[in-house]
Each structure stands twice: as structure tokens, then as C-alpha cells.
Design a protein around this ligand. Structure first.
Ligand code: GDP
Length: 195
């Protein structure tokens, strides 16, 4: 999809604030600093619409980006907060959980993991959780420009193995610097919002 028009529609803290247009939605999840804002900006051809986080973990709302009057990207706040209280974390988890399990418009979720490292325990539980709820998932290994081409296959199989990925679940290595993988990510999105 060639994107020309994007609007950040709203930052929602509760269901009453979610958009009501009915466009399909694609969620984006991953721990803070994994490259979620950077991926979003590459997908929508913008330098900095989706803010890149200077304060990891501080984005506490679901952010809806309306793209070409056709779909929303939904930035689901990063998991794995070190700095907030357990209570806050639980409350927050409920909002995410509720959105991911009950939102009719949600067609799939892009789960970002850092391709340089082994997936974290949080990455593993998130993947397991998405699979459990039968939510279509695309795993994106970010920052692939930082690893040598010769070890990319190895990184890929490491991610597959650690996340215990189903053979049918797609994995795309991606770089916001070189835009490597961008078309593959768009292909997956288009497949999932169609029909
Ligand atoms: P977010 O917290 O998940 O939204 O992460 P950001 O998109 O803000 O990225 C976190 C940091 O990683 C920033 O300093 C980015 O410039 C950097 N980053 C993100 N994606 C890439 C990438 O593909 N390659 C490289 N080299 N750095 C990246």
C-alpha cells in the first residue's frame, strides 16, 4: 500500500474512546525500545508521526493511526515496565488484554522482537498468549541492519525456536534504517485486512 494520508486519531485509555468507523485494525506489540515507532513510521512513510520513545515505557495509551481511510494501526503500549507499580501494571495489562481479546475490528497483531537478542521472557509469554487466543500474528525481528547478513538465518531460527513459533506463523526481519522487509510486512497486513 502506498500511503499518503495518515492521521493520529486518538489516544484511548478506555473502550468508549476507540474509533467507531469500523475499519480493520492491526495491533503492534513489543517491549519498549524494540523499534515499534520506527516500524510504524516506515510503514506510513513518515519521519516522525509515531513518536520514537525517549522515555521507554511511558506511552500508556492505545494510539490509533488512521491510514488512507482504510485501516488503523494500533500502537499497543510496550510490555515489560520496570518503573511502574505492580498495581498500575496489572490495571494496564487488563486494558491491553481486553482490547486484544474482544475488539471485533482487530485482524491481526504484529509482534516485534529485537533480532539481535534472544526473545525475552515477556516476548515468549506475549507470543504464547496471542496464539492461545488465536489472534493472527506476524513476528517482526527489528534492527536487522545491526546484524551481519551471514548470521541472519541463525537469528531467524533462534527467534522461531525461542518463541516456539508455529510453522504457519510468518517471521519477517526488518530494518527501519534500510527499510529492509517493509514490503513483506505490508503484504501481510494487506492479506489480513482484505475481505
Ligand atoms: P519503540 O520504543 O519500540 O517505539 O522504539 P523506537 O522506534 O523509538 O526505537 C528505539 C531505538 O531504536 C531508537 O533509538 C531507534 O532509532 C532505534 N531503532 C529502531 N529501529 C531501528 C532499526 O531498524 N535499526 C537501527 N539501527 N536502530 C533502530
Amino acid at each position: 500500500m502506498e500511503v499518503h494520508e495518515v492521521e493520529i486519531v486518538m489516544s484511548a485509555v478506555s473502550e468508549t474512546q476507540y474509533p467507531t468507523t469500523g475499519y480493520p485494525e492491526i495491533g503492534l506489540v513489543g517491549r519498549s525500545n524494540v523499534g515499534k515507532s520506527s516500524l510504524t513510521n516506515v510503514l506510513i512513510n513518515r519521519k516522525s508521526l509515531a513518536r520514537t520513545s525517549s522515555q521507554p515505557g511511558k506511552t500508556r495509551t492505545l494510539n490509533f493511526y488512521e491510514v488512507e481511510h482504510q485501516l488503523y494501526f494500533v500502537d499497543v503500549p510496550g510490555y515489560g515496565y520496570a518503573k511502574v507499580s505492580k498495581k498500575e501494571r496489572e490495571k494496564f495489562g487488563e486494558m491491553i488484554e481486553h482490547y486484544l481479546t474482544s475488539r471485533q475490528q482487530l485482524r491481526g497483531v504484529i509482534q516485534l522482537v529485537d533480532s539481535r537478542h534472544e526473545p525475552s521472557a515477556d516476548d515468549i509469554s506475549m507470543h504464547e498468549w496471542l496464539r492461545y487466543y488465536d489472534i493472527p500474528v506476524l513476528v517482526v525481528g527489528t534492527k536487522v541492519d545491526k546484524i551481519k547478513p551471514g548470521v541472519r538465518n541463525k537469528a531467524e531460527s533462534q527467534i522461531r525456536k525461542s518463541l516456539n513459533m508455529d510453522g504457519d506463523t510468518e517471521l519477517v526481519l526488518f530494518s527501519a534504517e534500510t527499510k529492509f522487509g517493509k514490503e513483506k510486512v505490508w503484504d501481510w497486513i494487506e492479506q489480513h485486512i482484505g475481505g
